[in-house]
Design a protein around this ligand. Structure first.
Ligand code: SF4
Length: 566
């Protein structure tokens, strides 16, 4: 490359850009679908992958300037002109995530437009879906590089150094890189797998400062300032093989060459928490079941938190019920929220989808947790798993009556598996043995799926027991019944209940009318304004967050200093 500096100063060498699901999303019925009910994102899936933050910090630490643009969020606020965005770019590299397949359409459109206006600026793709589909993606003339695998920080740094030296010869030696030589794909192979997560996010202030700097373009999701959740990744890889998950042990092994899990040390986790604590009072999510690191590991985390008297709101993930000793160890930690996903009422189906554990074990856990002072338990169920039928969905929702009766601390959620079974997941690779039928296999069919007018047509799967329309209809039923149970058990108030029910009614009716041949655009216009004013995920969040003014001032100061020319 000749280089591309000098047009307009974006003050960064690399920009990380997160696209919306597709650039027609605002005028498509996708906005109506209840497919993001249990994540802090709208159906535009505006939350960007955590890897943006770790890569940005790694590059900054080694002397490169970076910036994150959450184009999906900007697009949600207003119909931004992507061409206008692209013409203003003046950077050495544009990095676009295709981590979750829902962004297939948005990421490809974005890359194409950026290349159109900046033919000399290299475009990089990364993320787990890019890793899976790298051969198909690199054929696009507007994608120059793909970094495969789950360890992109170091390869990206090497790529940046090669780009700055304008030395194409160096590309040959960059691990995990897929690139083009004379128009042909060169795959350097996955040769770098990070084994020590302590080398990632060395400066713990970077993440909260990035997230809390009130820089609207880089906020992770809509409503973040009102309900921030800050992540701490404790592990890379996973020890389970959930049927529909593209982040399973087998995926990491086969597609990322990860032979063993990489952990962040308890010492670093505690240091992260201590740092984040000073920025305010908001939930901090320790991502990954701490028990994967062994007993000594999770005990050291719990003890470190208590020794340092960290009083953050801690969100912990359990992949399966824990022993009583786990709760006893966390007793004395100020505020704890536990998340657990039994997926379904039927224990055999649960074993097939996730891992085997009994309802009795789950209930015991909830009781032990409450006795030990757990403040909140979030229990997640799913619609669309193999073997589930209408009756089983109903049994699952009914079962939450029992769970919610155990204590006020318990909150239950149900959501459809939508829109995609992850490419590379066990069910995607061997659908018939897992009870699934996969309907779309390649990138382009997923691109088209996200442009569908009805959400059943966007689903890339059906099961032997539930077709796509049945998954949709069962979802509406289950969500309505779940809302009712939440109201009865006083997890939501009357107004929240009415809002949820109204939202579901509007969405279901719109979907039905479109399915029956109604004009999607007209129907969308009719219901969208009403839908936008209705919140559906209030009980996802935990208490009222408070951001510390001192922390935010520090973030602002740091930002201003970083703009000075020294
Ligand atoms: S869904 Fe299952 S396989 Fe995927 S990350 Fe979670 S526990 Fe691991």
């Amino acid at each position: 490359w000749e280089g591309n500096r000098g047009k307009m100063n974006f003050n960064s060498d690399v920009i990380f850009v997160h696209p919306p699901t597709n650039f027609e999303a605002n005028s498509k019925p996708v906005a109506l679908w209840p497919i993001s009910e249990v994540i802090p994102s709208s159906p535009t899936f505006e939350m960007y992958p955590y890897g943006f933050l770790t890569m940005a910090e790694y590059l900054e630490r080694h002397g490169f300037s970076t910036k994150i643009y959450n184009l999906a969020l900007m697009y949600l606020r207003e119909n931004i002109d992507v061409h206008d965005f692209a013409t203003k770019l003046d950077v050495e590299l544009v990095a676009i995530d295709l981590h979750w397949m829902v962004h297939a359409s948005g990421s490809l459109t974005l890359a194409k437009i950026i290349k159109e206006h900046n033919p000399e600026t290299p475009v990089l793709f990364g993320g787990l879906s890019s890793t899976y589909y790298y051969k198909e993606l690199i054929r696009n003339p507007f994608i120059d590089f793909i970094i495969r695998g789950d360890s992109c920080e170091k390869p990206l740094l090497e790529l940046m150094r090669a780009i700055m030296r304008r030395d194409r010869e160096e590309f040959d030696n960059i691990p995990n890189l897929v690139w083009k030589k004379n128009g042909r794909m060169v795959d350097n192979g996955i040769k770098w797998v990070e084994e020590d997560l302590d080398d990632i996010l060395e400066d713990p202030d970077v993440l909260p400062q990035l997230l809390l700097s009130r820089n609207l373009e880089s906020l992770p999701y809509r409503g973040f300032m009102e309900n921030p959740i800050v992540p701490v990744f404790t592990v890379r890889g996973c020890s389970l093989n959930c049927a529909t998950c593209g982040g399973s042990e087998k995926f990491y092994k086969r597609f990322c060459r990860r032979e063993k899990l990489a952990f962040r040390s308890p010492k670093k986790i505690v240091r992260d928490l201590k740092t984040y604590n000073k920025y305010g009072d908001f939930p901090i999510f320790l991502i990954g079941d701490l028990r994967q690191g062994g007993e000594k590991y999770w005990k050291n985390v719990a003890r470190g938190i208590k020794d340092e008297e960290i009083d953050s709101k801690l969100v912990l993930e359990l992949f399966s019920p824990a022993r009583k000793g786990f709760y006893e160890e966390f007793e004395g930690v100020d505020r704890v929220n536990i998340q657990i996903s039994p997926e379904t009422y039927d224990e055999d189906l649960r074993a097939r989808q996730r891992t085997r554990f009994t309802n009795d074990a789950l209930e015991k856990n909830l009781r032990w947790g409450i006795e030990s002072g757990v403040d909140k338990f979030d229990v997640y169920f799913m619609i669309g798993i193999a073997g589930q039928n209408e009756q089983e969905v109903k049994n699952t929702v009914d079962y939450t009556d029992e769970l919610l009766s155990i204590g006020d601390e318990i909150h239950s959620f149900i959501a459809p598996l939508a829109p995609f079974v992850d490419p590379g997941s066990p069910a995607f690779e061997k659908p018939s043995s897992k009870g699934f039928k996969i309907l779309f296999k390649d990138v382009s069919s997923h691109v088209e799926a996200m442009k569908s007018d009805t959400w059943e047509n966007s689903l890339n799967y059906e099961t032997r027991t539930l077709g796509r329309r049945e998954i949709v209809e069962n979802t509406y039923e289950a969500l309505s019944q779940m809302a009712q149970k939440k109201k009865i058990h006083q997890r939501i108030n009357e107004k929240e209940y009415e809002q949820k029910v109204l939202r579901l009614k509007l969405s279901r009716e719109a979907n039905r009318r479109i399915r029956n041949g109604g004009d999607p655009q007209r129907i969308l216009n009719e219901v969208k304004t009403s839908l936008d004013s209705i919140s559906s995920t209030g009980d996802l969040y935990w208490g009222s967050p408070k951001l510390s003014l001192t922390g935010l001032i520090k973030a602002a100061k740091r930002k201003m200093l970083s703009m000075l020319p020294f």
